[in-house]
Write a protein that binds this ligand. Structure first.
Ligand code: PLP
Length: 371
C-alpha cells in the first residue's frame, strides 16, 4: 500500500515543460547575445512587476543579491545588520562578505520567523540595516519592523529567497523594503536550472548602482566608476525563469492545496503542530514545517517507509563552527534553539499527487498510533 515519496524533485516538472524550456534555450543560443541581453532585461521587467515593485537587477545568486544590496547601502566593517539565526547560511554569509557583523533576534515560536517585537532590543549605535528573512514561504510581520526602521533611520533588506509570490495584507514579498533579495536556486518557489538571483528596489538611482556593482563597477564599457564585481544573471536562466513565471501563481495555488491537505490530515495528531500563519499572510508554502517533540523518531519512521523529509534547519547559525568567532553560545537564542530541535519539513512540491500526500499523512498517523 505504501509507496515512496521524495522530499523534492524537479524531474516531473521538467517532463511537463520540456518542449517550452528547450525552445527558450534555443532562442537564447540563436539570439547572438549571450550576456545581459534581452532575456535578462525582459525577465527583470516582468519579475519586478509581478512582485509589485519597479526595478529588478538580475544577479548570479540569492547570496549575491543580498550582498550587493548591502553594498548598495554602503554597509561594511564596523556596521551591524540585524537578522535571525534560524535561516539559510547564505543570509549570514552575505552580511559577513561586506565585513559587517550579523546580530541575531530570536524567533516567534509559532511561525518560526523573526520576532518583530524583539528587534528593538538588538539595536545599537552601529546598527545600519534590518534584514528580515521571509522563511518557509511567509512574511515576517512588516508593519512594526518598518516603523522601527523609519524611527531609527535604518535600511530594510528583505530576504525573499523562500517567499517569491507570498504576500502580507495584499502586498507581495519584496515590496516592503528599500531592497529585496530573491534566489532562483532550483528548489525555490521560482526555480531555475542552476544558480540565479535578483535584487528589487523602487529607487531608480539604487537600481543603477546595483547594475554597476554586478558589472565590475562599470556603467560604460571598459571604465569602472567604483569597485564592483561580476555577478550577472545568465541569459539562459533568465529565459527559463521568464517562462516559469507565467505558471508561478498556479504552482503556488497547488502548493496551498497540498498544505491544506496536510493541515486537514494532521491537525490534532499526537503532539504535532501544523504551521501557523502570520497575521495578514498569504503563505506560499515553500516548505511545510511541522513541530513535534518526537522529531527524530518521526523522521526515522518516515525514512524507513520511503518518505523523504528535511530539517530546515538542524543547527542555528550562531552554533555552527563557521560562526563560532561571533562569540555566541547555546542558550543565547532560546526559542530558535528549542524549535530547531523540534521541526521537520514534509514533502511539498506542486507535482506531488493527492495520493502522495495521503501516503505521507497515513504514515505519520500510523507513527502516532504506535504502528
Ligand atoms: C536559498 C537562500 C538564499 C541564497 O540563495 P542562493 O541562490 O542559493 O545563493 C538566501 N537566503 C535564504 C533564506 C535562502 O533560502
Amino acid at each position: 500500500m505504501n509507496h515512496p515519496v521524495k522530499y523534492w524533485s524537479y524531474l516531473e516538472a521538467y517532463a511537463q515543460e520540456r518542449g517550452e524550456l528547450l525552445a527558450a534555450v534555443d532562442r537564447v543560443f540563436s539570439s547572438g547575445r549571450l550576456i545581459l541581453g534581452e532575456a535578462v532585461a525582459g525577465f527583470e521587467r516582468r519579475f519586478s512587476a509581478y512582485c509589485d515593485t519597479t526595478h529588478g537587477v538580475g544577479v548570479n545568486s540569492g547570496t549575491d543579491a543580498l550582498f550587493l544590496a548591502l553594498k548598495a547601502f554602503d554597509i561594511g566593517p564596523g556596521d551591524e545588520v540585524v537578522t535571525v539565526s534560524n535561516t539559510a547560511v547564505p543570509t549570514v554569509a552575505a552580511i559577513r562578505a561586506t565585513g559587517a557583523r550579523p546580530v541575531f533576534v530570536d524567533i516567534d515560536p509559532d511561525t518560526f520567523l523573526m520576532d518583530s517585537a524583539r528587534i528593538a532590543e538588538r539595536i545599537t549605535p552601529r546598527t545600519r540595516c534590518l534584514l528580515p528573512v521571509h522563511l518557509y514561504g511567509q512574511l515576517v510581520q512588516m508593519q512594526p519592523l518598518l516603523e522601527l526602521a523609519q524611527a531609527k533611520g535604518l535600511y530594510v533588506l528583505e530576504d525573499c529567497a523562500q517567499s517569491t509570490g507570498a504576500s502580507q495584507d495584499g502586498r507581495k514579498a519584496g515590496a516592503f523594503g528599500d531592497c529585496a533579495a530573491f534566489s532562483f536556486y532550483p528548489t525555490k518557489l521560482l526555480g531555475g536550472f542552476g544558480d540565479g538571483g535578483m535584487v528589487l528596489t523602487a529607487a531608480l538611482e539604487r537600481a543603477d548602482r546595483l547594475r554597476r556593482l554586478r558589472f565590475y563597477g562599470m556603467s560604460r564599457n571598459y571604465y569602472s566608476d567604483e569597485e564592483g564585481f561580476n555577478s550577472r544573471l545568465d541569459e539562459v536562466q533568465a529565459a527559463l525563469l521568464d517562462f516559469r513565471l507565467t505558471s508561478l501563481d498556479a504552482k503556488i495555488a497547488r502548493r496551498r492545496a497540498i498544505a491544506a491537505q496536510y493541515d486537514h490530515g494532521l491537525a490534532g495528531v499526537g503532539d504535532l503542530r501544523i504551521p501557523a500563519i502570520g497575521r495578514g499572510n498569504l503563505h506560499a508554502y515553500y516548505v511545510y514545517t511541522i513541530r513535534t517533540a518526537r522529531r527524530d523518531a518521526l523522521k526515522e519512521h518516515l525514512t524507513h517507509h520511503g518518505i523523504g523529509s528535511q530539517l530546515n534547519y538542524p543547527t542555528p547559525i550562531h552554533l555552527m563552527a563557521g560562526y563560532a568567532f561571533l562569540g555566541l553560545q547555546a542558550g543565547d537564542l532560546p526559542v530558535t534553539e528549542r524549535i530547531n530541535a523540534e521541526m521537520l519539513s514534509l514533502p511539498l512540491y506542486p507535482e506531488l499527487t493527492d495520493e502522495d500526500v495521503e501516503t505521507v499523512v497515513a504514515c505519520i498517523r500510523a507513527f502516532y498510533a504506535g504502528g
